[in-house]
Write a protein of this length. Structure first.
Length: 187
């Protein structure tokens, strides 16, 4: 059975020159079949200062389909799988995937994150910018106090997830129909 490293290397060689980056690849044995999972994303838009300040666009279904076709062809042409039957699953990171590496923070600029710090405290804030070593959150104020900006090094984060928002702070009917509407901060 191939290793995750083998599949990651193959995926990077096939997709490394396109509009997507390979974030992760895993191989899991399920009975007689191997399940190959490859996670793709757009590269984050990072400025000269090494920080992302704009959201990364979502990966489209067409991009996933095209990447899947390329990976299937590469797997068929290589001996990476040997005689092992497999199922290939290609997807984007998804909102419920915990953030483990800087790219996860970089791609979620503008979104609300819930961080559990190593000291046990929880911080909820909107990503203003993210870099290689830390994230800057706009943290809402409590009990009528103004909000603040907080820089948190990744080394202090035990767990980080996107806090999914289902409502929009916009009242304009045109914006209400837009799936990418930013949610107004509550301060």
């Amino acid at each position: 059975m191939p290793t995750s490293t083998t599949i990651l290397s193959l995926a990077e060689s096939v997709l490394g020159h396109g509009p997507l980056v390979v974030l992760d690849a895993t191989v899991t044995q399920m009975g007689r079949r191997a399940v190959l999972k490859v996670i793709l994303d757009h590269p984050a838009a990072v400025g000269a200062d090494g920080r992302a300040t704009t959201p990364t666009p979502a990966v489209s279904l067409d991009e996933v389909a095209a990447a899947t076709r390329l990976l299937e062809a590469a797997l068929d042409d290589s001996d990476a799988m040997g005689e092992t039957a497999y199922t290939l699953e290609v997807s984007s990171p998804g909102l419920d995937r915990p953030l483990r590496v800087p790219h996860g923070y970089l791609r979620n600029v503008g979104r609300l994150l819930r961080l559990t710090l190593r000291n046990g405290t929880t911080v909820l804030g909107r990503v203003g910018s993210a870099g290689v070593e830390d994230v800057v959150l706009a943290v809402p104020g409590e009990k009528g106090r103004p909000g603040s900006e907080r820089t948190i090094p990744y080394a202090e984060v035990a767990r980080a997830v996107v806090d999914v928002e289902f409502t929009s702070g916009h009242t304009d009917s045109e914006d209400a129909d837009d799936a990418d509407v930013d949610v107004a901060e509550e301060a």
